[in-house]
Write a protein that binds this ligand. Structure first.
Ligand code: SF4
Length: 322
């Protein structure tokens, strides 16, 4: 088995800003400005950050729903950055997405059997009879009843609908699932059921996950490693234990101070960041976080820090740790 399932290198996504009658390009929104990481088979990488930080855009580029502006994506040994047409369709079976809003992502006019079975039929992986059997199996795998296949999305609760979304993603035996805010729309009690289901499925099917969320507690529950994004940049990447006990980037420190109850050993003070996140159409020079960083130094306003491995697989982009 390959050591790396996914290699993302220097990924960027710039959206043009057009103005005037001729719709000339007058600038770019730098939604993702430099993201690199690897993912191992069976691993879960959590990607956290505030809304607008570029985490969903990163997920969509990996799924090849969006074309990267620059950078490369190598999946299972194949460079998929520029794949298109039938080659892209063929490899897409190996990576699937689970969305935030399970109701909006399920066609209300289709039965559950058609929703889950569609990818099997479209990809010629099963005939009608085989698809029906597989749908029944998948429904039981995700904790629903085989008989549920004749029902419609509106007959299910939010948590059940997310189980259906997961069953549909599993139908084509993917190697990677990108889950974008997959539990954010659910009640807290249901969130943990879906997270536990995803953990169990990962072991059963040797899946890898990229789990995108703004919720640090949810990410802690499911991830092996955690990446933090700010203004389109990956600013910290570390194994989960290391990240939650010893965050190094001042932005991660502030996020954790606001999100989690400190343990008795960790006497964290809540850090409230001043100012707003700068516009990705006009990101600051130097460190992207320098306009809000409580520990800013002169150097931070001039030079952009690069990701550096500081040991224990802990990478951080900050001049304090250069
Ligand atoms: Fe703060 Fe400077 Fe580190 Fe950026 S490089 S996070 S501004 S200390």
């Amino acid at each position: 088995m390959a050591d790396t399932l996914l290699e993302v290198r220097n990924l960027k996504k710039y959206f043009p800003i057009r103005a005037g009658v001729l719709k000339r390009t007058v600038g770019h929104v730098k939604a993702v400005n430099d993201v690199s990481f690897d993912l191992k088979p069976g691993e879960t990488l959590g990607i956290v950050g505030e809304s607008g930080c570029g985490k969903s855009t990163t997920g969509r580029m990996i799924m090849r729903v969006l074309d990267p502006t620059e950078g490369s994506i190598v999946f299972d040994g194949e460079d998929i950055t520029k794949l298109s047409g039938s080659k892209l369709r063929a490899i897409r079976r190996k990576f699937q997405m689970v969305f935030q809003d399970p109701y909006a992502s399920l066609n209300p006019r289709m039965s559950i059997e058609d929703i889950i079975g569609e990818p099997l039929i479209v990809n010629n992986l099963a005939n009608r009879k085989q698809a029906t059997e597989r749908v029944a199996q998948l429904l039981e795998t995700v904790g629903l009843r085989a008989d549920d296949r004749a029902r419609y999305p509106h007959e299910f609760s939010g948590g059940q609908r997310q189980r259906i979304g997961i069953a549909r993603a599993l139908a084509v035996n993917p190697k990677l699932i990108v889950a974008d805010e997959a539990v954010s729309a659910l009640d807290v009690s249901i969130q943990s059921q879906i997270l536990n289901l995803m953990v169990n499925l990962r072991k059963e099917f040797n899946l890898s996950y990229i789990f995108i969320s703004h919720n640090l507690a949810v990410v802690r529950h499911i991830s092996d490693r955690v990446g933090v994004m700010y203004l389109g940049n990956l600013v910290e990447l570390a194994p989960k234990g290391e990240f939650y006990s010893n965050p190094l980037h001042p932005y991660s420190v502030s996020l954790l101070s606001a999100a989690l109850e400190p343990t008795r050993k960790q006497k964290r003070q809540r850090i409230i960041l001043k100012g707003d996140v700068p516009s990705p159409a006009n990101p600051p020079k130097g460190c992207p976080f320098h306009t809000r960083c409580p520990r800013v130094m002169d150097e931070c306003r001039i030079h952009r820090p690069v990701m550096k491995d500081v040991g224990n697989g802990h990478l951080v982009a900050c001049h304090l740790h250069a």
